[in-house]
Design a protein around this ligand. Structure first.
Ligand SMILES: Nc1nc2c(ncn2[C@@H]2O[C@H](COP(=O)(O)OP(=O)(O)OP(=O)(O)O)[C@@H](O)[C@H]2O)c(=O)[nH]1
Ligand SMILES: [Mg+2]
Length: 250
């Protein structure tokens, strides 16, 4: 039985949206504009892994004119999980109240940010969920939808977490959660990173809620999803569960 932590009741004043990028030159301008327009409390950190298409260069130019944007450039493609961990550490160092996880490909609608932030007023972790009220995914081929839905169902079964969208990559996480988790022990990278972070918050007793969002398949650029990411998720959830049983994963 997990002891629940009291829900937070402090307002969110400073929020950092973290956006990992790899080859998003067609999307990045609009993504930046829309995230910053969504809510005045939001600043943006872009974590770019030396995108060969010049995404980092574009961000550098926009950033020079806007103090609400920060850019972290890494030497090469190191994966989504480590990009987020680097962003989480930046948020802790710079004293933000919460972070937003959001993709750069506009699959996550920045206009949903105020609704997610509202829910985070009395929750530690808000999942922007595709499956909490039916299936809200636009333009995915059926097999991709089945894979994603099956991954959530499988993860729910293995981890015991009740949330319908376990691999969701659109979320608000309050800093108290990130400070409590040992970020250096996060090992997963692809979809399983999203499961791992939820699992660690869940096991600590933080209040996690799902808020419905509509997810739209990217119209520009290409997906970084691959078989390795899927296989990683399949075995990683068992490792999380077994680690939790032996009390070693936190
Ligand atoms: N910094 C960094 N960002 C990454 C890496 N891999 C993916 N991303 C970014 O992470 C976000 C999600 O990646 P996507 O390719 O959209 O993956 P996905 O959403 O699982 O797949 P699709 O639904 O097909 O778009 C995007 O903003 C990518 O640019 C990486 O290795 N490093
Ligand atoms: Mg995507």
């Amino acid at each position: 039985m997990i002891a629940k932590i009291e829900p937070p009741d402090s307002p969110l004043r400073r929020v950092l949206a973290i956006m990992p990028t790899y080859n998003e030159c067609e999307n990045i301008r609009l993504a930046i504009e829309r995230v910053l327009a969504s809510d005045d409390r939001v600043s943006l950190l872009i974590v770019d892994d030396a995108s060969p298409d010049g995404t980092g260069k574009i961000v550098e130019e926009i950033q020079a004119m806007n103090p609400r944007i920060a850019l972290m450039r890494r030497a090469g493609k190191m994966g989504l999980g480590t990009a987020y961990v680097a962003g989480f550490k930046y948020a802790i160092e710079h004293d933000y109240d919460a972070i937003i996880e959001i993709d750069a490909d506009l699959s996550h609608n920045p206009s949903d940010i105020p609704r997610l932030l509202k829910a985070a007023e009395d929750s530690h972790f808000v999942i922007g969920s595709r499956y909490v009220r039916g299936v809200n995914v636009i333009n995915w081929p059926l097999q991709r939808l089945i894979l994603s839905y099956a991954a959530s169902t499988y993860s729910r079964f293995v981890t015991g977490m009740p949330y319908t969208d376990q691999t969701a990559g659109f979320a608000v996480i309050r800093l108290e959660v990130l400070k409590e988790i040992n970020l250096d022990r996060i090992r997963s990278n692809g979809y399983s990173f999203q499961i791992e972070i939820k699992f660690k918050a869940h096991c600590r007793g933080f209040k996690i809620v799902e808020v419905p969002i509509v997810f739209t398949e990217r119209s520009q650029g290409s997906s970084k999803m691959n078989r390795k990411i899927v296989f990683e998720a399949i075995w990683r959830v068992w490792r999380l569960r077994i680690g939790a049983v032996f009390g070693r994963m936190l």
